[in-house]
Design a protein around this ligand. Sequence first.
Ligand code: CP
Length: 314
Amino acid sequence: MSGQLDDAGKLKHLLTLEGMPRSVLEALLKRADALATHAHGGNGMRGVLHGKAVCTLFFEASTRTRCSFSLAAQRLGADLLNFDASTASTTKGETDVDTLKTLEAMGVHGFIVRHKMDGAVAALARAALPGTVLINAGDGRSNHPTQGLLDMLTLQQAKGPDFSAMKVLIVGDVKHSRVARSDLHALHALRTGEVRVCGPASLLPGGDTLRGCMVGDDLDAMLDGVDAVMMLRLQRERMVEGLITSLEDYHRDFGLTKARLQHAAPDAIVMHPGPMNRGIEITDDVADGPQSRVLQQVANGVAVRMAVLETLLG
Ligand code: CP
């Protein structure tokens, strides 16, 4: 197992949504929803992490996750350190574990870690002192649990709490997407009525990842009647050559356009974790259109990350 629950079934780290009990997931979503008003200002929550030191330890680029975790930690009153791998002693060869140990020795209680290697955050959790908290802010193509949580909160706000009544479609580069994996873990845990996945065969993962999903490569057909469309970024930085024939072909077959969106339910919402490749997986008029919830997802990121920090460190 992931090692993120203690013997009493309480979260001690947040490493993955895979295997997370539904009750734990629902409790985090409920708390995030309640915190949404505090996520955008005010001083009412600043006592929660007073005296606790939290570090964003990012070995890979980020805008949304890093900034929203930083804001969330500040709104809860934590002392916040931002570690920048490009200017740190990792550039002199210091290992990830030595970096963690060094910051732990300074009294850091919580680490929010992004890493390009699958399993890197879980490995740091195993190396940490008892009581130190590790939060996975995205590792390789494996997990992005807080993105999964904020996506579920966004779905719930738009469609109500009954996931069994929802048809949700995930489109694009699932193979390289930690967001898709965390979304799939959460959608299954919440017993979503129908989960569909659409993409070129070269960008769909094998193994058990798509178990329980309806899978296809005809986007118009897969869009039929869905309540939510979750578009994925084409992750060119993680791709080997030849997985797609060209960006033009990809856009023609798997890009979400205003015309295509007509196949979905009339009140369907459109989501994208960002950053978006505009004109490739999504057109401007859809990304900025009335059905888009892209900026709502970003806003929910602060509330979800406050709930996670409060639960683990408060
Ligand atoms: N969605 C997401 O993880 O975005 P960032 O890479 O900007 O954090």
